[in-house]
Design a binder for this molecule. Structure first.
Ligand code: CA
Length: 181
């Protein structure tokens, strides 16, 4: 059956609108992602990075989950443990300190993340690692906001977890999200 003149015009227009719609949607997604990817907006220190430090025995590197597809898992031992995330050369400003971890039902329910600025403790939060973080999503990972801090020029910020050796916990990434001035 031959197409009418109306169909001949209408079909290409419908296809064109569909293609334009897909293009606009993908552009919107890219713009949204690029804002969060700027170095000045979010700074992440992951386990295994040079600015991540770990102390104590019976830590295992796990690769099946976590931010960057890795995290550390601690089995109980009699030696005390600690993990630290250092942030150097951070531009002055106000930041939300965020953390992610891989949860298991048998992990510690009271893991203390402490935040230090140039030597002094300025805040932190206690985390129940039986449950995963839920506050925000960034780069496909869920994070909790530990605290909000203001950093001056040249100050160093670090996040410390200091626990007895009997603790079952995981250590993954910690980040700084810069807030608008
Ligand atoms: Ca990781």
């Amino acid at each position: 059956m031959a197409r009418s003149g109306f169909q001949t015009i209408l079909i290409p227009i419908v296809v064109l609108i569909g293609v334009m719609g897909v293009a606009v949607l993908s552009e919107f997604k890219n713009q949204e992602g690029s804002v969060l990817d700027q170095d000045t907006a979010v700074i992440i220190v992951d386990d295994g990075d040079p600015d991540f430090h770990i102390r104590g025995a019976r830590w295992s590197v796990m690769n099946e989950a976590g931010y960057g597809a890795d995290y550390r898992f601690h089995q109980p031992t009699r030696y005390d443990i600690s993990t630290e995330w250092f942030f150097v050369d951070v531009p002055a400003g106000t930041y939300d300190v965020i953390a992610t971890w891989v949860p298991y039902s048998f992990l510690d329910y009271d893991v203390p993340y402490q935040i230090f600025l140039s030597g002094g403790k300025i805040g932190g939060a206690r985390v129940d690692q039986r449950f995963g973080p839920i506050d925000i999503t960034f780069q496909g990972t869920s994070w909790n906001v530990l605290d909000r801090v203001t950093i001056g020029t040249g100050e160093q910020i670090r996040v410390l977890v200091d626990e007895p050796g009997r603790t079952r916990m995981t250590a993954d990434a910690v980040g700084l999200v810069r807030l608008a001035d």
